[in-house]
Design a protein around this ligand. Structure first.
Ligand code: ADP
Length: 397
């Protein structure tokens, strides 16, 4: 059975084609600059790259080119789309409607459209991707896999905010959490690495990329997570502020005479380690600036970031009453041994002990803690596409 996984952004589209018998990636690629000048598709089959430069005005044309690439006689891997059994789509926001992946029906689509309010930037391109696939491959089942679904298991006392309950009822203002597919994947892998059943474990998963979130996973389900109503809450990120005293927002709006749009863009795009360091939103640049240029603000941004993650780990250790493992994943979590070390230093109270030699690992699954560590520290590369393929397979097999 072959499954096509699609992740649609507003001007980009990523895809991977899986053969589910051995969960192998047959081909993958990226369409960039949809609706803009210079749009291009880069298709990869193994180490070989095939590039199609064409006008790509919309997602429908993008999907048509993806199909062209994967069925290309020279660079493709399929004779026709008849070989594809189903398409799995990443969908950012399922609101309170979905606690798992679902087959896309008209009713599900209506619900996705209703949830645009909660994710105005993300859900519309996700829906465009689904509609384009339905148009081009009408006989194929389409499955939606939600970033929010894994966190729907949070108890009410974890997801409500300290605002009048009426506003939760009226506007659905509550914590939703994101990166759910990634947190679920690495928690499952951690159980395999611990050689224990997931439903008997307490795991703190740290997805540290450009966006960052921490999740407390108890017996295989999310019981709390650091991102909230939107991805702005939680630890400071590449360009997002993370947790703030909300009064700062009004204060800045008044002082800088910002309107709603300017303020929203400021909090999402100009804050985080970019704003604090003044160097970059990319942790590699900041680490270089701190070490090579002895840049104090770069160092401050790294210290503040590590401190924020450490505080969430500590609070989730309290939520879970201890932890069997802490997992690091995504760009920074998988690659930066110095950041992992910094975050985990001073967590001896909960039996965390990193082995500096093992910690030099990069981009592969590894236990980087000492043999006697009570709480294990794992590096686990995330694989959201594989999770989407698995869910799609399970629903359609
Ligand atoms: P996203 O998918 O949210 O855009 P990624 O998971 O790709 O993000 O992570 C991107 C982040 O990971 C960037 O800030 C980048 O600096 C950081 N990163 C990637 N590799 C390294 C590395 N070797 N050392 C430090 N940071 C890294």
């Amino acid at each position: 059975m072959k499954i096509l996984v699609i992740n649609c952004g507003s001007s980009s589209l990523k895809y991977q084609l899986f053969s589910m018998a051995n969960e192998q990636v047959l081909a993958k690629g990226l369409v960039e600059r949809i609706g803009l000048k210079g749009s291009v598709l880069t298709h990869q089959r193994g180490a070989e790259k095939y590039i199609i430069e064409d006008e790509i005005p919309d997602h429908e044309k993008a999907i048509a080119l993806v199909i062209k690439a994967i069925t290309d006689p020279n660079h493709g891997v399929l004779k026709s789309t008849d070989e594809i059994a189903a398409v799995g789509h990443r969908v950012v926001h399922g609101g309170e409607d979905f606690s798992g992946s679902v087959l896309i029906t008209d009713e599900v689509k209506e619900s996705l459209i209703r949830n645009i309010e909660l994710a105005p930037l993300h859900n519309p391109p996700n829906i465009m991707g689904i509609e384009a696939c339905q148009k081009i491959m009408p006989s194929l089942p389409q499955v939606g896999v939600f970033d929010t679904a894994f966190h729907q298991s949070m108890p009410a006392y974890a997801y409500v905010y300290g605002i009048p309950y009426d506003y939760y009822k009226k506007y659905k203002i509550r914590k939703y959490g994101f990166h759910g597919t990634s947190h679920k994947y690495v928690a499952e892998r951690a159980a395999v690495m611990l050689k224990r059943p997931l439903n008997d474990l307490k795991i703190i998963t740290c997805h540290l990329g450009n966006g960052a979130s921490i999740t407390a996973v108890k017996n295989g389900v999310s019981v709390d997570t650091s991102m909230g109503f939107t991805p702005l809450e939680g630890v400071m990120m590449g360009t997002r502020s993370g947790d703030l005293d909300p009064a700062i927002v009004f204060y800045l709006m008044e002082k800088e005479k910002w309107d709603f749009q300017q303020t929203n863009s400021f909090l999402n795009k100009q804050c985080g380690v970019l704003g604090l360091s003044g160097v970059s939103s990319d942790f590699r640049d900041i680490e270089n600036a701190a070490i090579e240029d002895k840049n104090d603000r770069a160092q401050l941004a790294l210290d503040r970031f590590a401190y924020a993650v450490k505080k969430y780990i500590g609070s989730y250790a309290a939520v879970l009453n201890g932890a069997d493992a802490i997992v690091f994943t995504a760009g920074l979590g998988e690659n930066s041994s110095s950041m992992r070390m910094k975050i985990c230093s001073g967590l001896d109270f909960m039996g965390v002990k990193i082995d500096p030699d093992k910690n030099f690992t990069r981009g592969v699954e590894a236990d980087v803690s000492t043999i006697d560590a009570k709480t294990k520290v794992f590096v686990i590369p995330t694989n959201e596409e594989l999770m989407i393929a698995r869910d799609t397979y399970d629903i359609c097999k």
